[in-house]
Design a protein around this ligand. Structure first.
Ligand SMILES: O=P(O)(O)OC[C@H]1O[C@](O)(COP(=O)(O)O)[C@@H](O)[C@@H]1O
Ligand SMILES: [Mg+2]
Ligand SMILES: [Mg+2]
Length: 335
């Protein structure tokens, strides 16, 4: 490809070469990218744009919403309801699904998103992002309802995220590898910076919130204890730790240089499967990671094979460099 390839050009090329990106899906992804550009602008303004701090409201998960959570949600809904050719949307910030009113162009896709991931980083000027997943309406279905969204992650037709960090970078898969695009603010478009992203199978870097150690289950404790023992322990090498507290940033680092990320089930709220949400956090990230040669499980099974029972379902997440993910999963399965 020529040196400066925009997202639009990349998608058109993919459509021509592989024929597997239908025009409606291409347009939908461009609308999501445009919405991310607006969110990026709001993020960049920070205190100058009155976007910092908490709103006086809670979302469906019982979490206090930040102003930017709400702004990002509205930007994504508004952009996609008239331009996205969608049947419906679902978001971390909305209890029920959003059915696209029929005065707007209708389509066969469903869009799910975490509008602002890493909310606790907003006010301290650290990386945050938007995570999204695209599904297709089940065949022959008339009228969208919540059950249409309850599809396993392996049925996604596109997935990605946009990270708002030192650069704004959109990372995307349509099932044919992972591509990264950085926002060129002068040109106003996302420009391809890497194609066929691959994660090394081995790593010396792990990401987990260590303050929860006393609440972990035995297999996770065993695995992390072995990492901490370094070159004198059973692994025979030293490991380094990173935790940005925004899944989007921790996963981005792993896609850039490998590593393992874990937010496992723990004993604080044993009835909850985990902290992270399956449909708009774990599924899109797991597909990206698999597409880059990594692996993603909940400790016992592949995340993309989990049949969701509800929209805001939570899940235990272990993802990243293949050999490490297989090792922790093996510990859960009694290896
Ligand atoms: O506060 P903790 O326990 O470190 O949790 C951090 C995790 O929570 C999250 O911020 C949850 O995402 P939201 O900000 O969208 O609620 C993840 O991105 C991150 O991995
Ligand atoms: Mg999140
Ligand atoms: Mg969020």
């Amino acid at each position: 490809m020529p040196s400066k390839v925009s997202l639009t050009r990349y998608l058109v090329e993919q459509q021509r070469i592989d024929g597997h990106i239908p025009s409606q899906l291409r347009l939908l992804l461009e609308v999501v990218a445009r919405a991310c550009k607006s969110i990026s602008q709001a993020v960049n303004k920070g205190a100058l744009g009155s976007v910092m701090g908490s709103a006086e409201s809670e979302n469906v998960q019982g979490e206090i919403q930040k102003k930017l959570d709400i702004i990002a949600n509205e930007v994504l809904i508004e952009a996609n309801e008239w331009g996205g050719h969608l049947a419906g949307m679902a978001s971390e910030e909305m209890e029920g699904i959003y059915v696209v009113p029929n005065r707007y162009p209708q389509g066969e896709y469903l869009l799910l998103f975490d509008p602002l991931d890493g909310s606790s980083n907003i006010d301290i000027n650290v990386s945050i992002g938007t995570i999204f997943s695209v599904l297709k309406m089940p065949e022959g279905d008339r009228g969208v309802d919540e059950s249409d969204f309850l599809q396993a992650g392996r049925q996604q037709v596109a997935a990605g995220y946009c990270i708002y960090g030192p650069q704004t970078t959109l990372v995307l898969t349509v099932g044919d590898g992972v591509a990264m695009f950085t926002l060129d603010r002068e040109q106003g478009s996302f420009v391809l910076i890497e194609e066929n992203v691959q994660i090394p199978e081995d790593t010396k870097e792990f990401a987990i919130n260590m303050s929860n150690m006393r609440h972990w289950d035995e297999p996770v404790k065993r695995y992390v204890d072995e990492l901490l023992a370094g070159k004198d322990g059973p692994r025979g090498k030293d490991f380094n730790m990173r935790w940005v507290a925004a899944m989007v940033a921790d996963v981005h680092r792993i896609l850039c240089r490998g590593g393992i990320f874990m937010y496992p089930w723990d004993k604080r709220e044993p009835e909850k499967a985990g902290k992270l949400r399956l449909m708009y956090e774990a599924n899109p990230m797991s597909w990206l990671i698999e597409q880059a040669g990594g692996a993603a499980t909940n400790g016992k099974q592949r995340i993309l094979d989990i049949q969701p029972g509800k929209l805001h379902e939570r899940v235990s997440v272990i993802l990243g460099s293949k050999n490490e993910v297989e090792r922790v999963t093996g510990y859960h399965l009694g290896a």
